[in-house]
Design a protein around this ligand. Structure first.
Ligand SMILES: NC(=O)c1ccc[n+]([C@@H]2O[C@H](COP(=O)([O-])OP(=O)(O)OC[C@H]3O[C@@H](n4cnc5c(N)ncnc54)[C@H](OP(=O)(O)O)[C@@H]3O)[C@@H](O)[C@H]2O)c1
Length: 280
């Protein structure tokens, strides 16, 4: 039986992903920041398939101490981890800083970097582990030159775009560094999904979200590419070469896509990795 850890699994795309993986026989570890909401998700998922185990670990992705503790809890109770889905994320409604880093960039990238880093030995023990990072088409709004800059005047969309661009660069570097250890990595755009995402928006963003809602996908549809990358035969995923697809690549609608961006380079990916190490 394979084990998958999913962050932000109590709602939205993360919960929908967890439900499908439970149906497919995966044992699950849900990483959530809220105990009550996490327990509700455990109960709902366990009901779908009582034959699998569903565990809860609590961590806030903007608090590295809590992430290290959660990783340690997983390490002491598991021998291997087959799938890690770094799914949690949010788009900010104001610019705030944690350790001098913009808060959504912290949760979307730094928190997941630290979590993944501490789980590397468990992933290696799988022999064929997959790390799936939820990015977004909003990576196009990101700029690597802004990463780690304390800029109070940053626009909200730029802040979100920076984190989602970082997800793509982290995926690329992770795939390169750990290919020999049997770890593959994939970045995902789930589509525009009707979830809790954007429920914190105010003003124009709130109006735009409510106008778009009728045209948005369900969380179940939004989960399809994550589920595909977690379950498809590896040979189907890694035979794809080059920038589009393959380990280190970007996927949407079950297919590899070119993440066209002048900062989507090996140099930027290596630079982001080096700077992120300061937080482990
Ligand atoms: N929805 C879309 O249209 C869309 C489009 C492109 C990409 N995405 C990406 O898809 C992923 C999932 O989004 P979603 O639509 O499912 O969003 P969602 O419904 O808002 O769920 C987000 C999840 O992340 C958790 N989370 C947020 N901040 C956290 C923190 N600091 N520590 C731990 N957990 C935290 C939330 O926990 P709480 O429930 O406790 O708040 C929730 O479980 C995100 O990475 C998002 O950027 C979404």
């Amino acid at each position: 039986m394979k084990t998958a850890l999913i962050t932000g699994a109590n709602v939205g795309i993360g919960l929908a992903t967890a439900k499908v993986l439970a149906r497919r026989g995966f044992n699950l570890i849900l990483l959530c920041r809220n105990e009550t909401k996490g327990q509700e998700a455990v109960t709902a998922i366990q009901r779908i398939n009582p034959a699998v185990t569903v565990e809860l670990v609590i961590a806030d992705l903007t608090n590295v101490d809590s992430i290290r503790r959660a990783a340690q809890q997983v390490i002491t109770t598991h021998r291997q981890l087959d799938v890690l889905i770094n799914n949690a994320g949010f788009s900010p409604d104001r610019i705030e800083f944690v350790d001098n880093v913009e808060k959504s960039f912290y949760a979307n990238h730094i928190g997941h970097f630290v979590l993944t880093y501490h789980l590397l030995d468990l992933l290696k023990a799988s022999g064929e582990a997959r790390v799936i990072n939820l990015s977004s088409a909003a990576y196009a709004l990101g700029k690597a030159a802004r990463f780690f800059q304390r800029n109070k005047n940053l626009s909200l969309m730029s802040a979100y775009g920076d984190g989602k661009l970082a997800n793509i660069l982290f995926t690329k570097e992770l795939a390169k560094r750990y290919a020999d250890a049997g770890i593959t990595a994939f970045a995902v755009h789930p589509g525009v999904v009707k979830s809790n995402f954007g429920s914190n928006f105010t003003g124009t963003f709130q109006v735009l979200m409510s106008l778009a809602r009728p045209f948005m996908r369900t969380p179940e549809r939004g989960a399809e590419t994550s589920v595909y990358l977690a379950t498809a035969p590896l040979s189907a995923l890694v035979k794809l070469d080059g920038q589009a697809g393959g380990s280190g690549g970007f996927f949407a609608d079950l297919n590899p896509k070119l993440a066209k961006h002048s900062d989507n380079t090996s140099k930027q990916a290596a630079d982001l990795w080096a700077k992120s190490l300061a937080f482990i």
